[in-house]
Write a protein that binds this ligand. Sequence first.
Ligand code: ATP
Ligand code: CU1
Length: 865
Amino acid sequence: MHDQSATETISALTTDGETGLTIIEAKNRLLNVGPNALEQGKSTSIFTLLMRQFKSPIVFLLLASAILSFSHASWSDGIAILIVLLINTCIGFFMEHKAERSMDALRGLTKTFSKVIRSGSLIEINTSDIVPGDLIYLEAGDIIPADARIINAYQLQVDESALTGESIPAEKNNKELPLDTPLADRTNLLHKGTAVTRGNAKAVVIATGMNTELGKIASLVQHSEDVTTPLEKKLSQFSKKLIWITLLIAAAIFLTGIVNDKSFVQMLNTVIALSVAAIPEGLPIVATLALAHGMIKMAKRNVIVKKLASVETLGGTNIICTDKTGTLTYNKISVSHIITPDFNSKLNTTDTTSFRLTLQAMTLCNNANINDGQNNAGDVGDPLEVGLLHFATNRGLDPTVIKSTLPRVSEEPFSSETKVMGTHHVTTDGSVTFTKGAAESIISLCTHYRDGETSKEFSKIEKEKWLAVSEAEASNGLKVIAFAHKASKSKETAITLSDLTFLGIASLIDPPREDVADAIHLCHKAGIRVIMITGDHPATARNIASQIGIEHGDVMQGASMPSREIYTKEDKTKWRATSIFARVSPAQKLDLIEVLQEDQSIVAMTGDGVNDAPALKKADIGIAMGMRGTDVAKEVADMVLKDDSFSSIVTAIKEGRVILENIRKFLMFLLSSNLSEILVIATLFITNSPLTITPLQILFINLLSDVFPALALGFNTGSDAIMHRPPHDPKKPVLSNLQWMSVIIYAIIIAASTFSSTIYMADDHEHSSASTILFYTLILCQLLHVFNVGNHRQAFFKSDIAKNSYVWAALAISILLGVLAYIIPPFKDALRLGNLNGTHLLIIFGCALQSFVIIQVFKKLNVIH
Ligand SMILES: Nc1ncnc2c1ncn2[C@@H]1O[C@H](COP(=O)(O)OP(=O)(O)OP(=O)(O)O)[C@@H](O)[C@H]1O
Ligand SMILES: [Cu+]
């Protein structure tokens, strides 16, 4: 296609270079060629998942003990261990399977949209619905949705590194090329998956889905990503450490065993029981499940988190850098009034020529399209431009008519660096340029201004007067856009932005979102600073900031921020103390983030443009806007806000904190209950007690106490108190020293309470009943312990754990299983359970309650946390 002209390509694809495909034809083609999507890599197969379950050391340990049991002809023991092994594997398998499914579901949430021209109007459709022959419209920040041939392009630059690895953007245009041009040099072709970094273009789609260059590569390599999060890594390191500790204890047991002349089988049983007690195999996967559950919850609240790891980072965020337009405001921009040298629409004076010219500038120097619900299509484009178009149309200007009488021949696309945009049009007797942009930028480009029918010299005094007018407008919280034009006798088609004639300004309303003030208040309570970084006028920024409660102080302007090569320590200190940054360029955003991060801050930052990509990557949490953001921003971001709203960031941070807190809770719960088991087994062994706890019993206890209650803790909704304290520093260990101390004290209290049951027993008890009492007391102590890991400052029934119905359900299941084990004879035999009477039951309940009460009292006394 690159060796044909655009027109030839268009006819080869039987489409229309102006109006595109008809909607019906597009539908037919979609049925024929299929969706414009790459085939997804396969997710982990059921078999791999199953095999993964056999990788843990505990499985080998159990297998070994089963074999040992069989070799000693204790068949029931061997079979029982195998059954437990099976149950454990199944639970592990289903948990991982659930986690995988959740991740799949989350991947499906990120839908992308593209702008196409169909039946003559510019509309937005699902990227997967694009078909060959479609006309696509692309601008800076778009990721090219399919392979396409350029029809026309204005200063188009494309970053093709996704395809070729070449990171310097390539210039693109519509010129024909020789047939033998290599792929990388085909400057008139655009490829799916590459990104527009500058300019804009209209192109015709030549290939979609797996037929694109990207599709051909994608079918060669199905890349897989490493998805282990730092937290999961920390937890599996944790598990590994525990295995070593267990080995040490096991060695100690063997030594004391030899000294005390114990039988080999007895020692082996104790060691196996100990290992089963000590190794929390479920730890990393329970954490994954909690994180995945959190992601799904956030997705329901319009926040798409792309990586599990971000959920963790979110919980530790202490600075949010947010832009203004669209995040703090509604971004439904409408023109309030127009002021030109001879006209003020607020005062409802009659139209003048300069006002008419301003309306033309608004309409022509504009890439938006208002569809007014025709073909079910909404307005497409930058909300600011949509607002301007609506105003001009309401004042009687027909965009279609004026666009055809003054056809556009070239364009200087808007960039947040220059803050201006310009378009060049040919007329019957020459050409004309229209520009719009930030007032300072436009005024500095003007040499004249238009007053009525005449053009006058734009003196310094006059310029300052207009800067003051825009400053006054901006300090009322309005967004100010200035307009200029330049008419010329030549038929020149290239655009130059100089010697312009100033036309006037438009003041636009973009009110702050209603819920933002509350969200910011909540941030301050939670120890999170909110910093506004905007490309807008400082006065507008200050007004909006005060409306929503962002702390005051000086507004820092981009112009007074020295570049990274020369900024000083004082500059950095000043930046860190500032909360409002205005007229800031994307490069300065990047510098600012670095300076904030040097100060050990965890920075979340929002961005939408293609130039924001480096800053989004650099931030600890890069946040892109789902509606307003460019494809590039969404691609590099860690998180996408579907509703573009600031409050959603705060919701996500809260959710992140709740999840971390939940993981910490079940970590403490698991560690303390497992430690209590170790204490019980070791004490029995060392004191040469006639009572026993068998490995199988420990496995059973862990099945009851580790699986269901620990999972249920992951579903805690968290209390509001979580946003009333400063964030947890992710660089610190998961558990503080104080929390470790608490774990140890918990374990000692549980073990001691379990042993206290022996005191209450009558002297003539049978050993089998006594061991059974010990067994059930340990279980019940642990089950009640689930309520202990809550916040110590909260009353029991108000705590989020007591309110979590999953916890109650988990307890019910666990207790039921405990009872069934006693009632069903084969289980009772395998678990070596003796008979219990009413008094025994009383002892069990009493001791469990005792352990619960002691811990609660300790907590109230602030001894443990
Ligand atoms: N499409 C446009 N054409 C011309 N000028 C524009 C356009 N959009 C914005 N501007 C001008 O450029 C300035 C900077 O725009 P930019 O997009 O960087 O920030 P913003 O949208 O005002 O605010 P924020 O950074 O909070 O999103 C604006 O204040 C406005 O004056
Ligand atoms: Cu346990």
